[in-house]
Design a binder for this molecule. Structure first.
Ligand SMILES: NC(=O)c1ccc[n+]([C@@H]2O[C@H](COP(=O)([O-])OP(=O)(O)OC[C@H]3O[C@@H](n4cnc5c(N)ncnc54)[C@H](O)[C@@H]3O)[C@@H](O)[C@H]2O)c1
Length: 316
């Protein structure tokens, strides 16, 4: 297969490219990334001599560049996005430009060349839930500019299936963690703060709940879906690991031999969703996919990765 991956210098995209070329060495992958502050080519150093991997620095909003790279391709997978909720609260414009209009630019190329299109969406499109969990049919109630932009992008994607019969796939993944994640996100931020003897800032009471998904499980779910699912389909992908932010914080503190005195409770983020929880029965029933990793050992592996790769996060 020839696959265009956008946002492949970021966290999940770079892990996905490495996962794919390792599993399918004959596939050809073109990575398109604008290299914003979140993109880091060091994530892909091991592929520099791989003939089946090509990198192009470009903005997904650049229609001409996208028209060129999408010729003779079998699939486009769109990871490119502004992805940090806090930034969407202070500067929402870039989120609409990349997450919504960028997705539109890619969808137009997919439509013109009849290339299947995979949109990586998020569980944040559901908004928060006090009890129970979201199925793919639950009401959508995004509550910050990031999740609203992601919802617009995935609904636009689905409209290309219903309107133009373009083959599309959509996933709503939960909070993903693992190697190569930017230090702006909770787990890497807390690990790297503690490795440099800085306190860890916990929003509000720390009792907000997220479902955590190891990045390699996120990658294997995407792989399973585009190889096996029906076009037009949409799946939740979760790790089945609901934890409060405080639980995660204390786990990291313990692993790095710090006391709870290193916790600094800070003013809560505006509109902070209290709890996300995903029902992932659909992907299990239809495609037989479920996460392979266990949460605590993946979290320990992630901590080890940041300990070992200090140059990556200190220079990146
Ligand atoms: N990280 C999570 O917990 C999570 C969970 C569910 C879904 N997602 C989605 O997965 C995708 C990847 O997330 P991530 O955590 O790897 O994000 P990331 O911020 O680490 O990476 C995003 C990448 O997109 C690139 N990019 C940004 N704007 C671009 C543009 N206009 N043109 C080309 N490239 C551009 C950046 O340079 C970066 O390499 C996003 O769409 C995100 O919404 C993330």
């Amino acid at each position: 297969m020839r696959i265009v991956v956008t946002g492949g210098a970021g966290f999940i995209g770079s892990n996905f490219i490495k996962y794919m070329l390792n599993k399918y060495p004959d596939y050809k992958i073109t990575n398109i990334d604008k290299l914003t502050y979140a993109g880091n080519l060091a994530n892909l150093t091991e592929l520099k001599d791989n003939k089946n991997y090509t990198f192009l620095k470009a903005d997904i909003n650049d229609e001409k560049a996208m028209a060129k790279v999408t010729v003779d391709q079998d699939l486009i997978i769109n990871f490119a996005a502004e992805s940090h909720v806090d930034n969407s609260i202070t500067s929402p414009k870039a989120f609409l430009e990349t997450d919504v209009f960028g997705t539109f630019t890619l969808l137009e190329q997919a439509r013109k060349n009849d290339i299947p299109f995979f949109q990586i969406s998020t569980d944040e499109v559901y908004g928060q839930i006090r009890e129970g969990s979201f199925t793919e049919k639950s009401r959508l109630n995004p509550r910050n500019p990031y999740s609203v932009a992601k919802l617009a992008a995935e609904r636009l994607t689905h409209s290309y299936f219903t309107t133009y019969k373009l083959k599309t796939f959509i996933t709503r993944g939960s909070n993903t963690f693992g190697p190569n994640q930017h230090t702006e996100k909770l787990i890497p931020r807390f690990i790297t703060n503690l490795l440099t003897n800085k306190k860890v800032p916990v929003y509000g009471t720390g009792l907000n709940v997220r479902d955590w998904l190891y990045v390699f499980d996120h990658c294997s779910a995407i792989d399973t879906i585009f190889h096996n699912a029906k076009p037009g389909s949409l799946f939740n992908i979760g790790g089945g690991n609901e934890r409060t932010n405080l639980w995660i914080t204390k786990f990291i503190l313990k692993e790095l031999s710090h006391s709870n005195n290193m916790i600094e409770f800070v003013k809560d983020r505006p509109g902070h969703d209290f709890r996300y929880a995903l029902d992932c029965q659909k992907i299990k029933d239809e495609l037989g996919w479920q996460p392979e990793s266990t949460f605590e050992s993946s979290l320990k592996d992630t901590i080890k990765w940041y300990k070992k790769n200090t140059a990556w996060w200190q220079n990146g």
